[in-house]
Design a protein around this ligand. Structure first.
Ligand code: SF4
Length: 299
């Protein structure tokens, strides 16, 4: 029987641009598929789908042969190409061993010819970040563990492993078993709960405290990252959700990130959102990769 292959949209070498580990050198795997759609991002009225303008749906892909040639859209999920069926033909796939080798290839350069997490010059280890789509969908949990086992077999250990998740998917028995007693590298959950007032996702589908509580029990290393604009209803909903999560004993620190995945969108409101966050006592996260590398996929 041939070994199982997993779909992904990108493997790349960059920094972590958001939250606690902003600026940390990271290798990235973006899995294909998500259980949400978040079409409300950037819309005039995120709560009313009949008003949505969704450029990823109307975009002409006839001349596009790779995801890196796609634009960053100003409305809807900024990673919609990593779950929408329309873009599936642009995805790549491979077994965990093949993906692990491609991740190491992405980390190779003149000064790090083997693509090791521990850089031969600085002696510092980089992070392995699994993102999406949703990287905790069951096939992606399975693939990520097999990829990490490969890294362990070749003695190439990251400093930490980040899952950038929407916080709605239960952890599998095998995932918990793998991580429960691991002490040589850190498990970090970057959880971005999706608010109805910002994304149009219904509360019952998008906010599942029991699930985030599982993550917290497995690793208290992580953060909650809320994407917000300046509207009061965004902030009120965020604080209502936060109260619920705190009641479940989930005490991850909170980062506020301004809506808008493009450089120009961030410039528009980032300062105002940051001030609002600081006034209320939250941490602020911009998207550092956008400031450094502009509106580009694969950074
Ligand atoms: S959870 Fe993330 S990847 Fe999935 S649709 Fe929402 S923003 Fe996009």
């Amino acid at each position: 029987m041939s070994e199982k292959e997993y779909l992904y949209s990108e493997i790349f070498d960059s920094i972590q641009g958001e939250g606690t580990y902003t600026g940390v050198h990271s290798l990235w795997l973006r899995f294909f598929l998500c259980n949400l759609q978040c079409n409300g991002f950037g819309q005039l009225d995120p709560k009313d789908p009949s008003t949505y303008d969704l450029p990823f749906k109307s975009f002409d892909i006839s001349n596009i042969s790779k995801v890196e040639d796609l634009p960053v859209w100003d409305k809807g999920c900024d990673s919609s190409y990593s779950w929408a069926k329309k873009y599936k033909h642009l995805m790549s796939q491979g077994t965990p061993a093949v993906l692990a080798k491609r991740i190491m290839d992405a980390g190779k350069n003149d000064t790090n010819p083997n693509g090791f997490f521990k850089h031969p010059i600085s002696g510092q280890k980089s992070d392995m970040c699994f993102t999406g789509g949703e990287p905790l969908l069951l096939p992606s949990q399975e693939a990520s563990i097999a990829i990490l086992r490969y890294f362990e077999d070749v003695s190439n250990i990251p400093r930490s492993v980040t899952y950038e998740t929407n916080g709605t998917i239960n952890l599998t028995f095998d995932f918990v078993k793998f991580w429960k007693f691991k002490t040589d590298y850190e498990l970090f959950f970057s959880i971005s709960p999706k608010l109805f007032s910002v994304t149009g996702e219904k509360r019952g589908d998008a906010i599942i405290p029991e699930v985030i509580s599982q993550y917290y029990k497995l690793s208290n290393r992580g953060h909650l990252k809320f994407v917000l604009g300046t509207h009061n209803n965004h902030w009120e909903e965020m604080e209502e959700v936060l109260q619920i999560l705190r009641k479940y004993g989930i005490n991850y620190p909170v980062y506020i990130m301004p809506v808008g995945a493009r450089e120009e969108d961030q410039k528009d409101i980032a300062g105002e959102v940051a001030e609002m966050a600081l006034n209320r006592g939250y941490n602020v996260s911009a998207r550092m990769h956008v400031y450094l590398f502009g509106n580009a996929i694969g950074t």
